[in-house]
Design a protein around this ligand. Structure first.
Ligand code: PHE
Length: 369
């Protein structure tokens, strides 16, 4: 037996009994179990398995034990440390998983939530419709023609065979520029483009011209002082009224479907002879004579039909005025209302919707390509 160690102070060293070590383990396990966050877990680890933890201090004591006790106590402390470490590792995994789940929840992105996009503008339905109408003719070999909106009175009226005192000039309720003597006006129809096309182009001529026109009408459900027409002109050898009918029937079918009911009425225009007006069966009351709707129908005024546009064979006097021999060439022309076409195609009952610039109107049609 060796002599008692004088330096040995039982108060400064850990109790290495099985109970004491078990108590350390139980305290550590309880603390580990109650760690709810990774931060708490780190504190617990420091406290129960760090360098100054009871079990670490106990471990340090082993070296000072007599060899006989070393093995047993060493095993006991080793197992205790292993148990604490295993509990810490297991708890850490759980807490990491909790943390990750919380992060996933907190940072969840719902890709279906509409984001704050800046609004894309929409093209006006009249614009897209003008392109569609033009396409129907381009597909038949027509070219697109243009003319100025500020037009010569000569092209708008004189060259189209309107005599100086013809009531049509007044009938058309023209916006003159500066003074009626200026010779300039805002075109009242797209027909002056016929004159320009015949002056500028080689024969034969097949053109369409969509464009804006002006008349001094008050704005109401069926009138607007600025509206749109699509003009068509064909000048070739041997063209007849049958060609005109076939062309406009085709346009009506493409625009409104095969079922559309159309009507031709004899009419008068100074620049076509003979002339006709083309009507479409009213899309609101359907022209049903049996129905009470017909009498009160605001869209057609009780007619059952709505005028779509005017047309006719180009008056030989107009051909002569632009230097084309009416003995060799004949032509047909037409001018259809684009607002009317839109009303029919899309069921727009009030023309004011088309001009008031409410984006809800244009946006509703904006994706229509
Ligand atoms: N320009 C005529 C109008 O605005 C329509 C029309 C065009 C008639 C071409 C005949 C030929 O009413």
């Amino acid at each position: 037996m060796s002599a008692p160690n004088k330096q040995y102070d039982p108060k400064q060293v850990s109790d290495l009994s099985a109970e004491a070590i078990d108590a350390m383990v139980s305290a550590a396990l309880a603390a580990i179990e109650s760690a709810d966050t990774l931060d708490q877990w780190k504190e617990v680890r420091l406290e129960h398995s760090g360098d100054r933890s009871p079990i670490a201090l106990a471990n340090r004591e082993i070296g000072a034990l007599p060899p006989a006790a070393k093995v047993e106590v060493g095993k006991r402390v080793g197992q205790a440390r292993g148990a604490i470490k295993a509990a810490l590792d297991q708890r850490e995994l759980i807490l990491i998983e909790h943390r990750d789940n919380e992060v996933l929840l907190a940072e969840k992105v719902d890709v279906t939530v509409p984001v704050d996009r800046s609004l894309k503008g929409a093209r006006h339905p009249l614009t897209t419709l003008m392109e569609r109408l033009s396409d129907v003719f381009v597909a038949m070999g027509y070219e697109i023609a243009e003319g100025p909106e500020l037009e010569l009175e000569w092209a708008n009226f004189d060259a189209l065979n309107f005599p100086k005192d013809h009531p049509a000039r007044m009938m058309q309720d023209t916006f003159f520029v500066e003074s009626p003597d200026s010779g300039a006006l805002l075109r009242t129809h797209t027909s002056p483009i016929q004159v320009r096309a015949m002056l500028e182009r080689e024969l034969p001529i097949y053109v369409v011209a969509p464009g804006r026109v002006y008349r001094t009408d008050e704005l109401d459900a069926t009138h607007t002082p600025v509206f749109h027409q699509i003009e068509g002109l064909a000048v070739d050898k041997g063209l007849t009224m049958a060609d005109l009918r076939g062309t406009l029937n085709h346009l009506a079918h493409v625009m409104f479907g095969q079922e559309i009911d159309i009507r031709w009425r004899p009419s008068y225009f100074p620049f076509t002879e003979p002339s006709a007006e083309v009507d479409l069966r009213c899309f609101v009351c359907l022209g049903d004579a049996e129905s009470d709707l017909l009498d009160q129908c605001r869209a057609c005024g009780g007619e059952g039909w709505i005028e779509w546009g005017g047309c006719g064979m180009v008056n030989p006097r107009v051909l002569v005025a632009v230097g084309i021999d009416p003995e060799v060439y004949s032509g047909f022309a037409f001018g259809m209302g684009i607002e009317r076409t839109l009303m029919f195609r899309s069921g727009v009952k009030d023309m004011r919707d088309m001009v008031e610039g409410d984006v809800r109107f244009t946006r509703a049609f904006g994706l229509d390509s």
